[in-house]
Write a protein that binds this ligand. Structure first.
Ligand code: 5CA
Length: 442
């Protein structure tokens, strides 16, 4: 993309309305704009990041056998009246009425709808287990939307739902999803700790939140320092093998880790004081096992092996896809701006033409750009070098390809790695090869 023709409204000043760093950087780097309280438009660069995160989430869901579908954002009140959550959800639910006076709502989550869909489609125990997911916008009329996309009212969630014949099967599905989650977060370049958590309005008796440690996080968390160095080595486990899933689950849930709602002072006190860690974290995912709560309420039963009706055992599994954009920035930035992990960067590289209009500089930049038109943002604006450097650092592209008159004459490019600040003088070919090398890419 050519920057001169892009909608990429970067800002030098710090926007007054933004309280936390990731929100400030998202506004300054031209990723989002607020259109109403807690509701954001994703501008082209922000949308690229969001799509990349969604693609990684999707790939890891598919890899463990979950099936993607797409359910609507609008739901009828009827299903929620059956589950009892229509009243229980309270003012966080956005309610509306259609022209026929039917009560509708903008879905804050989809347990009811997916249960009803499977009720209509599945008859026999032989068709289980099933795991289904979608990546869809949600609406929760949060009392205090804040911190930009971290706590929005409209936000993008990956929500998955598992259906099993019995509790033992549901536990396998739960662990399988947990493995997919740890793989997802590793690919996104963040360390997330699974912590015992409260089930809230979703219900159930087993639940984990996935927490990225960050001082600006909304959750108070307590954990064993073992997590600071724990290599979850997710590739060594097999999602299709229950014994392997059991070993994985034991490895990631044995050291103490809990959010404040589930914190057990006594158990924590058993730890060596040097091992005790207390801090703030961002909840980027949350998984639940809740048995037959929804299959019973929505009268979903199937014929079991001996013909008796069985209510499937269910779990649900969420990842805050749009929240993840903010969380990644909280975890990876410096004073100059964002430092995107390679896997999600909107562009792999910026091409900085330090002397726009100079025939040699223009020609060298055009050649670079022609080699990677989809992966590069070519800063072809008639701006001073300093402005281009600052904007590239702010936007956080993993690489910068810098072309000035001296390099253009010598046939070289200065390649800068954003994360380390390391600069190397290379031929255009070698620089492009480095930019396209698979380090950190899938
Ligand atoms: N039905 C279950 C799992 S599918 C569910 O709704 N879980 S949840 O309420 O915990 O939400 C899942 C994830 O969505 C959270 O872990 C969080 O990362 C994200 N999320 C929740 N509320 C918001 C919000 N207001 N803004 C941005 N992300 C949010």
């Amino acid at each position: 993309m050519r920057l001169s023709r892009s909608l990429l409204p970067t800002m030098k000043e710090t926007p007054a309305e933004a309280q936390i760093l990731s929100h400030r950087l998202m506004l300054r780097a031209g990723l989002v704009r607020q259109t109403a309280a807690g509701i954001y438009a994703w501008l082209p660069a922000g949308w690229r990041v969001l799509r990349r995160i969604a693609d990684i989430v999707r790939a890891e869901q598919d890899a463990v056998g979950a099936q993607e579908l797409l359910m609507p954002t609008l739901q009828t009140a009827e299903l929620w009246q059956k589950s009892g959550r229509y009243d229980a959800y309270g003012p966080e639910m956005l309610r509306l009425r259609d022209r026929h006076d039917r009560d509708m709502l903008y879905g804050p989550t989809n347990e009811e709808m997916i249960t009803d869909l499977l009720r209509q489609s599945i008859r026999s125990y032989r068709e289980l287990p099933q795991i289904l997911y979608h990546i869809q916008w949600k609406f929760r009329d949060e009392m205090r939307p804040r911190f930009g996309v971290m706590r929005g009212r409209e936000f993008l969630m990956k929500d998955g739902y598992s259906f099993d014949l019995d509790r033992a099967g549901a536990v396998i599905s739960y662990r399988r999803m947990m493995l997919a989650y740890m793989r997802t977060f590793a690919r996104l370049g963040v360390r997330a700790i699974p912590m015992r958590a409260d089930t809230g309005p979703i219900g159930g008796d087993l639940s984990h939140e996935f927490i990225i440690l960050a001082p600006t996080g909304e959750s108070q968390v307590f954990y064993d320092a073992a997590f600071d160095t724990l290599d979850t080595g997710t590739t060594q486990f097999d999602a299709a093998d229950p014994a392997s899933l059991d070993r994985f689950f034991t490895a990631v849930t044995t050291p103490y880790a809990a959010t404040s709602d589930m914190h057990d002072e006594q158990a924590f006190a058993q730890l060596d004081p040097a091992q005790r860690r207390e801090g703030r974290g961002i909840e980027i995912g949350h998984i639940f096992y809740f048995g037959t709560k929804y299959s019973r309420a929505l009268e979903f039963s199937i014929a079991g092996p001996d013909g008796t009706p069985i209510h499937p055992e269910m779990g649900s599994y969420g990842i805050g896809v749009s929240r993840m954009v903010g969380a990644l920035i909280e975890a990876s930035h410096d004073d100059a701006g964002i430092i995107w992990p390679d896997a999600v960067a909107p562009f792999r590289a910026a091409i900085l033409n330090l002397k726009q209009g100079d025939p040699a500089c223009d020609a060298a930049c055009e050649t670079l750009y022609a080699a990677i038109p989809q992966d590069a943002l070519y800063d072809d604006r008639p701006e001073r070098a300093g402005v281009k450097f600052n904007d590239a650092d702010l936007m956080g592209h993993p690489w910068q390809l810098v072309v000035g008159p001296r390099g253009a004459a010598a046939g070289t490019v200065e390649l800068k790695r954003r994360a380390t600040g390391e600069r190397t003088e290379l031929s255009a070919e070698s620089a492009l090869a480095r930019v396209l090398s698979p380090i950190g890419h899938e």
